[in-house]
Design a protein around this ligand. Structure first.
Ligand SMILES: Nc1ncnc2c1ncn2[C@@H]1O[C@H](COP(=O)(O)OP(=O)(O)OP(=O)(O)O)[C@@H](O)[C@H]1O
Length: 253
């Protein structure tokens, strides 16, 4: 299958002060597929994910070298507008973090920030985003109610709707289901599988079953290094590296 690469890291090194958290990571993320980042705690999965939309920029003492290109553009170039970059590359976090405002205002927040004021246009965006995040039917009669009254799983789908509302190209998800019950997790996994028709998705997960269920490509990290990257089915059935095999068979981690 021909793959269009949308994000490409080359020889990426990252230090938090004296601690090196990423070591010469090179990986190509294909368009409209789900790529899962897996590996034991502390191996650098979240750090790598955050480098993809420059979420680490403000961490004191951080140093990043190497290259990350988004559709051919060097994202660490000083000319890049980080607000624009984060509109293209949205992030959903581990804990649902709705703003303390209505469901409607949560979703309209991003588009308003980007200058959209027209009420009927905002109404359309809110409905489309909530539908895209498979939560419209559950909230359409309570759009003016506080988002904080939703269940954890609903809050997380609302956060996905909020991310979709600015029409991103790529969605990054950092353990987006680890705070949720199995039913909510399964809804979000189904949603991820639907969303990849339209978006490129990169997830961090601790859960190897989840990686096999939802991802097309899988990257295995260990101690800041990318050990193996490939098709998820191949990586789990015929890992090329002994360390990948040891991890997926539960010998460590
Ligand atoms: N803000 C920070 N300041 C200093 N060190 C950090 C910071 N964030 C992460 N680290 C360190 O960088 C390394 C990689 O952490 P990271 O959170 O990326 O790993 P992870 O694979 O996502 O782990 P987990 O699965 O436990 O979330 C760890 O040694 C961690 O302690």
């Amino acid at each position: 299958m021909d793959e269009n690469i949308v994000l490409s890291a080359r020889d990426l090194d990252l230090w938090y002060g004296p601690t090196q958290a990423l070591k010469k990571v090179s990986v190509d993320i294909p368009e409209k597929q789900v790529t899962a980042l897996i590996g034991p705690s502390g191996c650098g999965k979240s750090t790598f994910l955050k480098t993809l939309d420059r979420m680490n920029d403000l961490v004191p003492g951080i140093k990043i070298t190497g290259s990350v290109q988004y559709r051919g553009m060097e994202i660490y170039d000083s000319k890049v507008d980080v607000t624009w970059l984060r509109k293209q590359i949205g992030m959903v976090f581990q804990k649902p973090n709705p703003f303390p405002m209505s469901i409607y205002d949560n979703v309209a927040y991003g588009p308003r920030t980007h200058g959209i004021r027209n009420k009927s246009r905002l109404d359309d965006i809110v409905e489309k985003s909530l539908q895209g995040a498979a939560i419209w039917d559950e909230v359409k009669d309570r759009l003016k109610k506080s988002a904080l009254g939703l269940s954890g799983g609903q809050q997380q789908r609302l956060c996905i709707a909020r991310a979709l509302a600015v029409e991103p190209d790529i969605l990054l998800m950092d353990e987006a289901t680890s705070a949720l019950d199995p039913i909510s997790t399964s809804k979000i996994e189904d949603l991820i599988s639907d969303l990849k028709n339209q978006y490129t998705i990169v997830i961090v997960t601790h859960n190897m079953q989840q990686a096999t269920r939802v991802s097309d490509k899988c990257a295995f990290f260990l101690l800041g290094q990318l050990i193996e990257f490939g098709d998820t089915t191949q990586l789990f059935s015929m890992p090329r590296d002994k360390r990948t095999e040891d991890y997926i068979t539960g010998r460590f981690g």
